[in-house]
Design a protein around this ligand. Structure first.
Ligand code: ADP
Ligand code: MG
Length: 354
Protein backbone atom coordinates (compact mmCIF):
# COMPACT_ATOMS: atom_id res chain seq x y z
CA UNK A 1 0.00 0.00 0.00
CA UNK A 2 1.38 3.44 -0.85
CA UNK A 3 2.11 6.00 1.84
CA UNK A 4 -1.00 7.93 2.95
CA UNK A 5 0.10 11.28 1.44
CA UNK A 6 0.12 9.71 -2.03
CA UNK A 7 -3.30 8.13 -1.52
CA UNK A 8 -4.81 11.47 -0.57
CA UNK A 9 -4.41 12.80 -4.10
CA UNK A 10 -7.21 11.67 -6.41
CA UNK A 11 -6.13 10.12 -9.71
CA UNK A 12 -7.38 12.11 -12.68
CA UNK A 13 -5.50 10.03 -15.23
CA UNK A 14 -7.57 7.19 -16.65
CA UNK A 15 -6.00 3.78 -17.00
CA UNK A 16 -5.40 0.47 -15.29
CA UNK A 17 -3.37 0.13 -12.12
CA UNK A 18 0.20 0.77 -13.05
CA UNK A 19 1.41 -2.78 -12.61
CA UNK A 20 -1.27 -5.22 -13.75
CA UNK A 21 1.53 -7.58 -14.69
CA UNK A 22 2.24 -7.93 -10.98
CA UNK A 23 -1.00 -9.75 -10.16
CA UNK A 24 -0.28 -12.88 -8.17
CA UNK A 25 3.41 -12.11 -7.68
CA UNK A 26 4.91 -12.60 -4.18
CA UNK A 27 5.29 -9.61 -1.86
CA UNK A 28 8.68 -8.10 -1.06
CA UNK A 29 10.58 -10.27 1.39
CA UNK A 30 11.86 -9.08 4.75
CA UNK A 31 9.19 -6.47 5.06
CA UNK A 32 8.24 -5.57 8.60
CA UNK A 33 5.00 -4.38 10.11
CA UNK A 34 4.68 -0.64 10.71
CA UNK A 35 1.12 -0.60 11.99
CA UNK A 36 2.17 1.25 15.09
CA UNK A 37 3.87 4.07 13.26
CA UNK A 38 1.18 4.50 10.62
CA UNK A 39 -1.92 3.64 12.59
CA UNK A 40 -3.19 1.12 10.05
CA UNK A 41 -2.16 -2.33 8.89
CA UNK A 42 0.58 -2.21 6.29
CA UNK A 43 3.85 -4.02 5.71
CA UNK A 44 6.75 -2.19 4.11
CA UNK A 45 10.34 -2.98 3.23
CA UNK A 46 13.20 -0.84 4.52
CA UNK A 47 13.73 0.80 1.15
CA UNK A 48 11.25 1.65 -1.55
CA UNK A 49 13.92 1.79 -4.19
CA UNK A 50 17.36 0.30 -4.75
CA UNK A 51 19.25 1.90 -7.63
CA UNK A 52 22.22 0.14 -9.24
CA UNK A 53 24.19 2.43 -11.47
CA UNK A 54 26.80 4.98 -12.32
CA UNK A 55 28.21 7.49 -9.88
CA UNK A 56 30.42 10.25 -11.25
CA UNK A 57 30.53 14.02 -11.07
CA UNK A 58 29.90 16.24 -14.06
CA UNK A 59 32.05 19.28 -14.68
CA UNK A 60 29.66 21.67 -16.40
CA UNK A 61 31.35 24.28 -18.58
CA UNK A 62 29.08 27.08 -19.75
CA UNK A 63 29.82 29.74 -22.34
CA UNK A 64 29.10 31.09 -25.81
CA UNK A 65 32.14 29.74 -27.59
CA UNK A 66 33.04 26.27 -26.36
CA UNK A 67 34.94 24.51 -29.14
CA UNK A 68 38.38 23.76 -27.69
CA UNK A 69 41.34 24.67 -29.90
CA UNK A 70 44.59 22.76 -29.94
CA UNK A 71 47.93 24.50 -30.22
CA UNK A 72 47.71 25.41 -26.53
CA UNK A 73 45.16 28.12 -27.19
CA UNK A 74 43.30 29.19 -24.05
CA UNK A 75 39.63 30.15 -24.19
CA UNK A 76 37.78 31.89 -21.39
CA UNK A 77 34.28 30.56 -20.65
CA UNK A 78 31.49 32.05 -18.49
CA UNK A 79 31.59 29.52 -15.68
CA UNK A 80 32.40 25.96 -14.66
CA UNK A 81 30.79 23.91 -11.90
CA UNK A 82 31.26 20.51 -10.31
CA UNK A 83 27.85 18.84 -9.90
CA UNK A 84 26.35 15.42 -9.17
CA UNK A 85 26.33 13.41 -12.41
CA UNK A 86 25.77 9.80 -13.43
CA UNK A 87 22.30 8.60 -14.33
CA UNK A 88 22.04 6.26 -11.38
CA UNK A 89 23.04 8.94 -8.89
CA UNK A 90 20.63 11.46 -10.39
CA UNK A 91 17.74 8.99 -10.29
CA UNK A 92 18.56 8.06 -6.68
CA UNK A 93 18.72 11.75 -5.66
CA UNK A 94 15.43 12.46 -7.46
CA UNK A 95 13.70 9.58 -5.70
CA UNK A 96 15.00 10.64 -2.28
CA UNK A 97 13.86 14.22 -2.96
CA UNK A 98 10.36 12.89 -3.67
CA UNK A 99 10.43 11.12 -0.32
CA UNK A 100 11.16 7.56 -1.43
CA UNK A 101 13.42 5.61 0.90
CA UNK A 102 16.28 5.10 -1.52
CA UNK A 103 19.46 3.04 -1.47
CA UNK A 104 22.17 3.23 -4.10
CA UNK A 105 24.90 0.76 -5.05
CA UNK A 106 27.78 1.84 -7.27
CA UNK A 107 31.57 1.85 -7.44
CA UNK A 108 33.70 4.96 -6.97
CA UNK A 109 37.45 5.46 -6.87
CA UNK A 110 39.46 6.34 -3.77
CA UNK A 111 39.68 10.00 -4.76
CA UNK A 112 38.16 13.44 -4.29
CA UNK A 113 35.51 12.89 -6.99
CA UNK A 114 34.33 9.66 -5.35
CA UNK A 115 34.15 11.33 -1.95
CA UNK A 116 32.32 14.32 -3.45
CA UNK A 117 29.70 11.99 -4.91
CA UNK A 118 29.10 9.83 -1.84
CA UNK A 119 28.91 12.92 0.33
CA UNK A 120 26.48 14.65 -2.05
CA UNK A 121 24.23 11.58 -2.27
CA UNK A 122 24.20 11.09 1.49
CA UNK A 123 23.35 14.76 2.02
CA UNK A 124 20.40 14.30 -0.32
CA UNK A 125 19.11 11.42 1.79
CA UNK A 126 20.32 8.49 -0.31
CA UNK A 127 21.65 5.45 1.58
CA UNK A 128 25.15 4.86 0.13
CA UNK A 129 26.23 2.18 2.62
CA UNK A 130 26.31 -0.38 -0.23
CA UNK A 131 28.66 1.65 -2.43
CA UNK A 132 32.08 0.18 -3.06
CA UNK A 133 35.44 2.00 -3.24
CA UNK A 134 37.83 0.68 -5.90
CA UNK A 135 41.44 1.53 -4.97
CA UNK A 136 42.80 0.68 -8.42
CA UNK A 137 40.73 2.94 -10.67
CA UNK A 138 39.70 6.60 -10.50
CA UNK A 139 36.08 7.73 -10.25
CA UNK A 140 34.54 8.40 -13.65
CA UNK A 141 34.11 12.00 -14.77
CA UNK A 142 32.07 13.74 -17.47
CA UNK A 143 32.96 17.10 -18.93
CA UNK A 144 29.71 18.67 -20.15
CA UNK A 145 29.97 21.62 -22.54
CA UNK A 146 26.76 23.62 -22.44
CA UNK A 147 26.19 26.56 -24.75
CA UNK A 148 24.78 29.56 -22.91
CA UNK A 149 21.10 30.00 -23.80
CA UNK A 150 20.66 26.54 -25.37
CA UNK A 151 19.91 23.08 -24.03
CA UNK A 152 22.14 21.10 -26.39
CA UNK A 153 25.35 19.77 -24.91
CA UNK A 154 28.56 17.94 -25.82
CA UNK A 155 29.90 15.42 -23.34
CA UNK A 156 33.38 13.92 -22.88
CA UNK A 157 33.39 11.01 -20.41
CA UNK A 158 36.27 9.19 -18.73
CA UNK A 159 34.52 5.99 -17.54
CA UNK A 160 36.87 5.28 -14.60
CA UNK A 161 34.90 3.04 -12.21
CA UNK A 162 31.62 3.49 -14.12
CA UNK A 163 31.67 -0.04 -15.59
CA UNK A 164 33.13 -1.70 -12.48
CA UNK A 165 29.94 -2.65 -10.63
CA UNK A 166 29.58 -6.43 -10.38
CA UNK A 167 26.85 -8.66 -9.06
CA UNK A 168 29.11 -9.63 -6.14
CA UNK A 169 29.05 -6.01 -5.02
CA UNK A 170 25.25 -6.03 -4.76
CA UNK A 171 24.60 -6.72 -1.09
CA UNK A 172 21.82 -9.34 -1.00
CA UNK A 173 20.51 -7.95 2.30
CA UNK A 174 20.15 -4.50 0.79
CA UNK A 175 18.29 -5.94 -2.18
CA UNK A 176 16.03 -8.04 0.04
CA UNK A 177 15.19 -4.91 2.03
CA UNK A 178 13.87 -3.05 -1.05
CA UNK A 179 10.55 -3.06 -2.90
CA UNK A 180 12.01 -2.27 -6.31
CA UNK A 181 15.39 -2.48 -8.05
CA UNK A 182 16.25 -0.04 -10.85
CA UNK A 183 19.29 -0.34 -13.12
CA UNK A 184 20.46 2.85 -14.81
CA UNK A 185 22.83 3.23 -17.77
CA UNK A 186 22.45 -0.41 -18.78
CA UNK A 187 24.89 -0.12 -21.66
CA UNK A 188 27.62 1.38 -19.46
CA UNK A 189 27.34 -1.42 -16.87
CA UNK A 190 29.68 -3.81 -18.65
CA UNK A 191 30.65 -5.94 -15.64
CA UNK A 192 27.11 -6.17 -14.23
CA UNK A 193 25.25 -6.68 -17.53
CA UNK A 194 25.82 -10.44 -18.01
CA UNK A 195 24.47 -11.15 -14.51
CA UNK A 196 21.44 -8.89 -14.66
CA UNK A 197 18.96 -11.52 -15.94
CA UNK A 198 19.70 -13.79 -12.97
CA UNK A 199 19.79 -10.82 -10.60
CA UNK A 200 16.33 -9.71 -11.80
CA UNK A 201 15.03 -13.29 -11.52
CA UNK A 202 16.23 -13.39 -7.91
CA UNK A 203 14.78 -9.95 -7.21
CA UNK A 204 11.40 -10.90 -8.59
CA UNK A 205 11.39 -14.21 -6.72
CA UNK A 206 11.91 -12.15 -3.55
CA UNK A 207 8.91 -9.98 -4.45
CA UNK A 208 10.70 -6.93 -5.84
CA UNK A 209 9.72 -5.23 -9.06
CA UNK A 210 12.41 -4.33 -11.59
CA UNK A 211 13.20 -1.56 -14.08
CA UNK A 212 15.94 -0.57 -16.52
CA UNK A 213 16.95 2.68 -18.17
CA UNK A 214 19.27 1.84 -21.08
CA UNK A 215 20.65 5.35 -21.61
CA UNK A 216 22.98 5.88 -24.52
CA UNK A 217 25.19 3.07 -25.85
CA UNK A 218 28.63 4.60 -26.50
CA UNK A 219 29.60 1.37 -28.33
CA UNK A 220 26.66 1.94 -30.69
CA UNK A 221 25.79 -1.78 -30.54
CA UNK A 222 22.36 -1.38 -28.85
CA UNK A 223 21.93 -4.94 -27.67
CA UNK A 224 24.38 -6.38 -25.12
CA UNK A 225 21.84 -8.93 -23.87
CA UNK A 226 19.03 -6.42 -23.38
CA UNK A 227 16.48 -8.64 -25.11
CA UNK A 228 17.17 -11.30 -22.47
CA UNK A 229 16.60 -8.77 -19.67
CA UNK A 230 13.37 -7.20 -20.93
CA UNK A 231 11.14 -10.23 -20.11
CA UNK A 232 12.44 -9.94 -16.53
CA UNK A 233 11.83 -6.20 -16.31
CA UNK A 234 8.57 -4.66 -15.14
CA UNK A 235 9.41 -1.25 -16.61
CA UNK A 236 11.75 -0.20 -19.43
CA UNK A 237 12.59 3.51 -19.63
CA UNK A 238 14.46 4.58 -22.80
CA UNK A 239 14.32 8.00 -24.45
CA UNK A 240 13.11 8.31 -28.04
CA UNK A 241 16.53 8.05 -29.68
CA UNK A 242 17.44 5.03 -27.57
CA UNK A 243 14.13 3.21 -28.22
CA UNK A 244 14.58 3.76 -31.95
CA UNK A 245 18.13 2.47 -31.97
CA UNK A 246 17.28 -0.60 -29.88
CA UNK A 247 14.10 -1.67 -31.66
CA UNK A 248 14.02 0.27 -34.96
CA UNK A 249 11.21 2.50 -36.23
CA UNK A 250 9.67 5.64 -34.77
CA UNK A 251 9.09 5.73 -30.97
CA UNK A 252 5.51 4.31 -31.04
CA UNK A 253 6.53 1.31 -33.17
CA UNK A 254 9.75 0.82 -31.22
CA UNK A 255 7.86 0.95 -27.91
CA UNK A 256 5.30 -1.57 -29.14
CA UNK A 257 8.06 -3.93 -30.26
CA UNK A 258 9.85 -3.62 -26.92
CA UNK A 259 6.61 -4.10 -24.97
CA UNK A 260 6.10 -7.40 -26.80
CA UNK A 261 8.98 -8.72 -24.68
CA UNK A 262 6.87 -8.15 -21.55
CA UNK A 263 7.66 -4.88 -19.77
CA UNK A 264 5.69 -1.71 -19.54
CA UNK A 265 7.69 0.52 -21.91
CA UNK A 266 7.84 4.23 -21.18
CA UNK A 267 9.58 6.31 -23.86
CA UNK A 268 10.74 9.80 -22.86
CA UNK A 269 10.13 12.41 -25.55
CA UNK A 270 11.90 15.50 -24.21
CA UNK A 271 9.65 18.57 -24.16
CA UNK A 272 6.91 16.49 -25.82
CA UNK A 273 6.40 14.39 -22.69
CA UNK A 274 6.28 10.60 -22.83
CA UNK A 275 4.66 7.60 -24.43
CA UNK A 276 3.75 4.45 -22.47
CA UNK A 277 2.97 1.05 -23.95
CA UNK A 278 1.82 -2.03 -22.06
CA UNK A 279 0.80 -4.90 -24.32
CA UNK A 280 -1.73 -3.36 -26.71
CA UNK A 281 -2.46 -0.29 -24.59
CA UNK A 282 -0.82 3.02 -25.49
CA UNK A 283 -0.87 6.31 -23.54
CA UNK A 284 0.60 9.70 -24.46
CA UNK A 285 1.25 12.25 -21.74
CA UNK A 286 2.42 15.86 -21.92
CA UNK A 287 5.23 17.54 -20.03
CA UNK A 288 4.52 20.84 -18.26
CA UNK A 289 6.02 23.86 -20.02
CA UNK A 290 9.17 25.10 -18.33
CA UNK A 291 11.96 27.52 -19.10
CA UNK A 292 14.58 24.82 -19.51
CA UNK A 293 18.10 25.87 -18.52
CA UNK A 294 19.81 22.49 -18.75
CA UNK A 295 18.23 19.14 -19.62
CA UNK A 296 21.13 17.07 -18.24
CA UNK A 297 19.61 14.20 -16.26
CA UNK A 298 15.99 15.06 -17.13
CA UNK A 299 15.40 11.44 -18.12
CA UNK A 300 16.88 10.23 -14.84
CA UNK A 301 14.61 12.57 -12.85
CA UNK A 302 11.73 11.31 -15.00
CA UNK A 303 12.64 7.75 -13.93
CA UNK A 304 12.54 8.78 -10.25
CA UNK A 305 9.10 10.33 -10.69
CA UNK A 306 7.72 7.49 -12.75
CA UNK A 307 8.93 4.90 -10.24
CA UNK A 308 7.42 6.89 -7.35
CA UNK A 309 4.04 6.68 -9.11
CA UNK A 310 4.57 3.03 -10.04
CA UNK A 311 5.38 2.11 -6.43
CA UNK A 312 2.35 4.05 -5.23
CA UNK A 313 0.15 1.93 -7.51
CA UNK A 314 -0.95 4.84 -9.71
CA UNK A 315 -2.34 4.34 -13.20
CA UNK A 316 0.18 4.11 -16.06
CA UNK A 317 -0.65 7.55 -17.52
CA UNK A 318 -0.63 9.24 -14.12
CA UNK A 319 2.78 7.77 -13.23
CA UNK A 320 4.07 8.78 -16.69
CA UNK A 321 2.69 12.32 -16.35
CA UNK A 322 4.25 12.54 -12.90
CA UNK A 323 7.57 11.42 -14.40
CA UNK A 324 7.21 14.19 -16.99
CA UNK A 325 6.61 16.75 -14.26
CA UNK A 326 9.75 15.58 -12.44
CA UNK A 327 11.82 15.58 -15.66
CA UNK A 328 10.58 18.99 -16.74
CA UNK A 329 11.08 20.63 -13.35
CA UNK A 330 14.62 19.24 -13.13
CA UNK A 331 15.62 21.27 -16.21
CA UNK A 332 15.19 24.59 -14.36
CA UNK A 333 18.80 24.62 -13.08
CA UNK A 334 22.26 23.53 -14.17
CA UNK A 335 23.13 19.88 -13.59
CA UNK A 336 20.86 16.93 -12.88
CA UNK A 337 19.90 17.32 -9.23
CA UNK A 338 19.73 21.01 -8.24
CA UNK A 339 16.13 21.59 -9.39
CA UNK A 340 14.69 18.13 -8.70
CA UNK A 341 11.21 18.64 -7.24
CA UNK A 342 9.79 17.61 -3.90
CA UNK A 343 6.56 15.57 -3.93
CA UNK A 344 4.55 18.77 -3.42
CA UNK A 345 6.28 20.63 -6.28
CA UNK A 346 5.95 17.66 -8.61
CA UNK A 347 2.22 17.28 -7.87
CA UNK A 348 1.80 21.00 -8.66
CA UNK A 349 3.74 20.41 -11.90
CA UNK A 350 1.42 17.53 -12.72
CA UNK A 351 -1.58 19.85 -12.40
CA UNK A 352 0.11 22.47 -14.62
CA UNK A 353 0.55 19.93 -17.45
CA UNK A 354 -3.16 19.08 -17.69
N1 ADP B 1 12.57 21.18 -22.54
C1 ADP B 1 11.75 20.43 -21.78
N2 ADP B 1 10.54 20.92 -21.41
C2 ADP B 1 9.70 20.18 -20.65
N3 ADP B 1 9.98 18.93 -20.23
C3 ADP B 1 11.16 18.40 -20.56
C4 ADP B 1 12.11 19.11 -21.35
N4 ADP B 1 13.20 18.31 -21.52
C5 ADP B 1 12.92 17.15 -20.84
N5 ADP B 1 11.70 17.21 -20.27
C6 ADP B 1 11.05 16.17 -19.46
O1 ADP B 1 12.03 15.25 -19.04
C7 ADP B 1 11.76 13.96 -19.58
C8 ADP B 1 13.03 13.27 -19.99
O2 ADP B 1 13.71 14.04 -20.94
P1 ADP B 1 14.38 13.38 -22.23
O3 ADP B 1 15.26 14.44 -22.80
O4 ADP B 1 13.32 12.83 -23.11
O5 ADP B 1 15.20 12.16 -21.61
P2 ADP B 1 16.77 11.90 -21.51
O6 ADP B 1 17.28 12.90 -20.51
O7 ADP B 1 16.89 10.49 -21.05
O8 ADP B 1 17.31 12.13 -22.89
C9 ADP B 1 10.79 14.18 -20.73
O9 ADP B 1 9.97 13.07 -20.89
C10 ADP B 1 10.02 15.40 -20.26
O10 ADP B 1 9.00 15.01 -19.41
MG1 MG C 1 18.33 9.14 -20.31
Amino acid sequence: MPPPDLLAVPSEYEGPAVCPQLEGRPRAAQSRPREEALGFAVEVADFDLLVLGDCNPDVMVIGEQLEPMFGQAELLVDEARLVVGGSGSITACGAARLGLRTAFISVVGDDVFGRFMLDALARRGVDVSGCVVDRERPTGLSLVLLRRGGTDRAILTAPGTTASLTRDAVDPDLMAAARHVHVSSYFLQEALRPDLPSLFDAARAAGLTTSVDPNWDPANAWDGGLRELLPRSDVFLPNAAEATRIAGGEPPAAATALAADGPLVVVKLGEHGALAVLGNDVWSVAAPRVDAVDATGAGDSFDAGFLAGFLAGWSVPRAAAFGCACGALSTRALGGTEAQPTMEEALAGLEAAR
